[in-house]
Design a protein around this ligand. Structure first.
Ligand SMILES: NC(=O)c1ccc[n+]([C@@H]2O[C@H](COP(=O)([O-])OP(=O)(O)OC[C@H]3O[C@@H](n4cnc5c(N)ncnc54)[C@H](OP(=O)(O)O)[C@@H]3O)[C@@H](O)[C@H]2O)c1
Length: 362
């Protein structure tokens, strides 16, 4: 099959012919119709993000495609089914504390590198081999819609955060970093989950205005100025009710102060979910007042990705019209143009924008 291979950090992807993946037990082979390219893929491939990748590797986390072959443990999947591949692969031999890899992107720890040795390659390829439990049927779709369905990969991240915080209909949610790729998806997800109000923060006024236009009265935007006290006051003033749940999705370049400004707006007994990259590029840590946390019974949750059942639930939200894929604007590239796709994704990251590679036309 044809694939784009990352041979060493800092080198372009090499598009070449590689052996087809071989089916073992407990796996599915999927013909990849579309795979999203992350806006920060160039930082991963350059080595800047210091992601744990056993190179050479075919990168590409997740994707949309059709089942080509199933292993003996599949009881529902059939050849030809349209599916979403979840890159969140968990080790199966410790259910309490599994190691996690994002297939085709990174191992979560040194220990998880062993898992990455087996589920080694991602979806910048005509075929990908995925653990059976990571393959979810999305129902019949038009092949032309496969790139749009890649939005699942963006929507599922904040959905995982809100599920972890048990966001309930009628609650007030705050999305910190709402003008980014995942943050804007978080606003869409919170609205779909029934939040009565979503406070969306960011520095980019144009992107904030666009969020208000898309989602109407249930979204209130707050322009972040960079002064912790003032930003916190503006957030609280914008909220029509105490803030039940804060979801942070700021990138590594942002500071812990930006996180704390939003985090400390949560009401007593509220929940805070940390999903961003703050601290990964260094800088001061997130200092929190012990007594404030304790007296206010605040729950802080760190969350990487989402639980396995999030995908079928998100498919239902999309099928019901509560989450609209049409919100996303897609630019598609062929596998031969994988490097152009990576450059395009970097230059065009942002709310409701997706760059996608289309490796095959199954
Ligand atoms: N936990 C998980 O499962 C998970 C999964 C996927 C991604 N992530 C993480 O989520 C984070 C966000 O990713 P993304 O792709 O949404 O990023 P992104 O598109 O770059 O958005 C981040 C937003 O943060 C804001 N920001 C605030 N301070 C900034 C600063 N100093 N420099 C740059 N931007 C700043 C920017 O909006 P304004 O300019 O308007 O402020 C920007 O739009 C990343 O760290 C990524 O690793 C986590």
């Amino acid at each position: 099959m044809k694939a784009a291979v990352l041979k060493a950090f800092g080198t372009p992807l090499a598009v070449e012919t590689v052996p087809d993946p071989a089916l073992g037990t407990g796996e599915v082979i999927v013909d990849v119709a579309a795979i999203r390219v992350l806006g920060y893929a160039h930082e991963v491939f350059s080595g800047q993000r210091r992601y744990l990748m056993d190179l050479p590797m075919i990168p590409g986390p997740g994707g949309i495609g059709r089942v080509r072959a199933t292993g003996p443990d599949a009881t529902h999947l059939a050849v030809g089914d349209w599916v979403s591949c979840d890159p969140t692969v968990r080790s199966r031999d410790d259910l309490v504390s599994p190691d996690i890899i994002l297939q085709g992107l990174t191992a979560g720890s040194e220990a998880a590198l062993r898992l990455q040795k087996y589920f080694h390659d991602g979806s910048f390829a005509e075929q990908v081999r995925v653990p059976t439990e990571n393959v979810t049927r999305i129902g019949t779709i038009d092949a032309a819609a496969a790139p749009l369905w890649c939005a699942l990969g963006t929507l599922l991240v904040p959905y995982g955060g809100f599920l972890a915080a048990n966001l309930r209909a009628g609650e007030t949610a705050l999305v910190n970093g709402a003008t980014g790729t995942f943050g804007s998806a978080a606003v869409a997800v919170a609205v779909a989950m029934g939040a009565s109000c979503v406070i969306a923060t960011g520095r980019n006024e144009r992107a904030l205005k666009d969020l208000a236009r898309r989602f109407g009265d249930r979204v209130r935007t707050v322009k972040i100025l960079g002064d912790e006290e003032i930003d916190r006051r503006h957030i609280v003033e914008a909220a029509p009710a105490p803030i039940d749940c804060v979801l942070d999705l700021l990138p590594p370049m942002a500071t812990a102060l930006q996180v704390r400004a939003a985090l400390m707006t949560v009401r007593p007994y509220g929940r805070v979910v940390l999903m961003g990259g703050v601290g990964m590029a260094g800088g001061v840590g997130l200092e929190l007042d012990y007594a404030w946390l304790m007296r206010n019974c605040v729950t802080i949750i760190g969350k990487w990705m989402y639980p396995p059942d999030a995908t079928p639930r998100m498919v239902s939200l999309i099928r019901s019209g509560l989450v609209k894929l049409d919100d996303f604007e897609v630019t598609a590239f062929s596998l031969d143009d994988a490097n152009k796709a990576v450059a395009h994704a970097a230059a065009n990251a942002g709310p409701f924008k997706m760059t996608v590679i289309r490796p095959s036309d199954p």
